[in-house]
Design a protein around this ligand. Structure first.
Ligand SMILES: [Zn+2]
Length: 205
């Protein structure tokens, strides 16, 4: 899978945007996430990284074809087969509120509030990641590093732990078809969908 991270500059209330992933003729899945430079100065490193990581979560499958058949779209509960494959899903519920980029593509905001993959971002930070958010990636067709996340962890801590990560596959980047995503997919999610609501500190995404 190829995920392109980038920037765009637009005087608008769109902080970040993600494209619907698509698969090329070789079977490689492509996704794309961009962050608006207008907000770089206003956001902390944690907020920028958190926003981008949230969008990567979608690109890896949360909200798309391998995710949507896993749960009941009316009540947000996961089906038995999914819960057998991943017992942590017993405790989870999918968001049914919000617009097309929000509903059915996040953990339920009321129950999971500051989790990374809820649909409303906390502007004051303090987000966390639940083990199920990592482990559900297996059901979406990905391998997970072992040991995986065992307990709920603060997003800020996790980001600090990988801050020194070096991208080591530069040579392979040269052979990628960089135009593929631009030509073949549409924007799936823009954060936020509506105007910033400073009173509540929530933005839909
Ligand atoms: Zn989202």
């Amino acid at each position: 899978m190829v995920i392109r991270l980038g920037l765009f500059t637009q005087r608008s209330n769109t902080i970040a945007r993600a494209w619907t992933p698509s698969t090329d003729a070789d079977g490689t899945k492509h996704g794309r996430v961009q962050f608006n430079t207008v907000y770089l100065m206003d956001f902390t490193d944690e907020q920028i990284a958190g926003t981008v990581i949230h969008e990567i979560g979608h690109t890896l499958g949360i909200g798309f074809e391998d995710w949507l058949p896993l749960f009941n779209h009316d009540n947000g509960d996961f089906f038995d087969a999914a819960k057998e494959a991943l017992p942590l899903l017993h405790a989870m519920e999918v968001e049914r509120d919000g617009g097309p980029g929000t509903r059915l593509s996040h953990w339920d905001e009321d129950l999971f509030n500051k989790e990374l993959m809820t649909g409303y971002q906390e502007r004051d930070g303090g987000e966390h990641v639940l083990p199920v958010t990592i482990q559900v990636m297996r059901l979406l067709g990905h391998d997970i590093n072992d040991p995986t996340l065992e307990v709920q962890r603060a997003l800020e801590e996790l980001i600090e732990e990988v801050a020194g990560l070096v991208f080591s596959r530069q040579d392979e980047v040269g052979i990628l078809n960089m135009d593929f995503v631009d030509e073949n997919t549409e924007i799936f999610e823009e954060i936020p969908h509506g105007l910033l609501d400073d009173d509540e500190g929530l933005v839909e995404g």
